[in-house]
Design a protein around this ligand. Sequence first.
Ligand SMILES: CC(C)(COP(=O)(O)OP(=O)(O)OC[C@H]1O[C@@H](n2cnc3c(N)ncnc32)[C@H](O)[C@@H]1OP(=O)(O)O)[C@@H](O)C(=O)NCCC(=O)NCCS
Length: 419
Amino acid sequence: MNGAILDLAVAIPHHYVSHEELARARDVEVDKYQQGLGCEEMAICGPGEDTVTLAAEAAWRLFEHHPEARERVGLCVVGTESGVDAAKPVAIYVHRLLGLPPNCRAFEVKHACYGATAALQMASAWVQQHPKRLALVIASDIARYERGSAGEPTQGAGAVAMLVGKAEERDALLQLSPISGAFASDVYDFWRPPYQSEALVKGKYSMNCYLEGLQGAYEDYCRQAGDEPTPDYLLYHVPFPAMARKAHRRMSDLRGLSEDLYLDDLERRVEPALWANRKIGNVYSGSLYLALAGLCERKGAHLIGRRVALFSYGSGSCSEYFTGRFGEGIYRFHRHLHSVLEARTEVDVDQYELLHDASLKMERNHSFQPALPHQGQAFTFLGIRDHERCYRQNFAEDAVALSNARPTALHHTRPFQRA
Ligand SMILES: CC(C)(COP(=O)(O)OP(=O)(O)OC[C@H]1O[C@@H](n2cnc3c(N)ncnc32)[C@H](O)[C@@H]1OP(=O)(O)O)[C@@H](O)C(=O)NCCC(=O)NCCS
């Protein structure tokens, strides 16, 4: 038996801008963003939020519902392409902020939007050898493109944390199949050299690379799996929601579906997962798993016994197509996406630009500029002091500021209760 996702949770930034607003400010027809790209709203990180706080907040939300699971975590992996340090992994900040056990492997995986899938597959194999322990896999990213560029409306940010373990098929939220198809190809479609904060992208070319990766990975899967019934749902990597439509068009061509059948298939098997991506935007490594969370929230117990296919694409590139079956573990999933979306504050384009600039300044500036926490924000990025990143646990009784140079009694606080 392969590993299973036992539960998952999402964290998103506390601000967003609507594509209607953005289109007006950029003098673009709103239909291009809403219909052409499929986007409605875009999450914006403020200065107190970064890849670490998002990752820690998603995991914190998970452990809020499974406090007993924290002590069993023996593997903590973060898939990200917007890491905060060239050497020190996001996973070790998360390990500390959540007070995970010291006997734990903690590291980061990078391959553009594919990193979290590599981490998930690795975790799924790891739990076979460590059946009593759990793996924490987090996809956390901030998607930033240059202001005014074609990529700008496809920004976003967030994190998805997944608890992976060995489970009876019935008890899993999603039991992963051991079969998966992979496809790798060295291309320059999207990349971020170390001297750039925003990614460089050949937009149209990247879409072709994505579709080539889909075909390559799917064909590899089919060679191993033989004839299988079509899965009940298909989740694709979602750099922008219209890309999932294009992916399904390619998939339908491969399966020989006519245009009419494709549209019906799209509505039934793909669209139900995409609503949260439309309101958050691109989460790079997390966007596929945000679609999974969106599907769980929308369909709930209806998913039990149903099969889903997942397609992951990371520019550069590596692709993977794999499948899973939902089990009664879906009852563990706490439907929280609507409430975290409702808790956000809408900003206009001027405020979005200010937030964007302020968070870049925090990243580049070696000065200490404490940011105020938003209501309900579990962790705040305080700034950089002596080249060390500082964070605060907002829920701890003494709301301690943490940095590596000044270790605090973190393990003696009660990490799963708000003050
Ligand atoms: C995706 C991307 C290339 C689009 O850039 P663009 O050149 O500004 O957009 P386009 O002119 O192609 O328009 C996008 C879509 O909106 C449609 N559109 C344009 N104006 C429209 C309007 N007024 N009403 C409705 N649809 C409209 C276009 O027809 C196009 O749809 P199609 O692809 O189905 O033909 C750009 O956003 C980007 O670079 N994104 C980042 C890279 C990325 O996410 N890559 C994905 C693979 S990982």
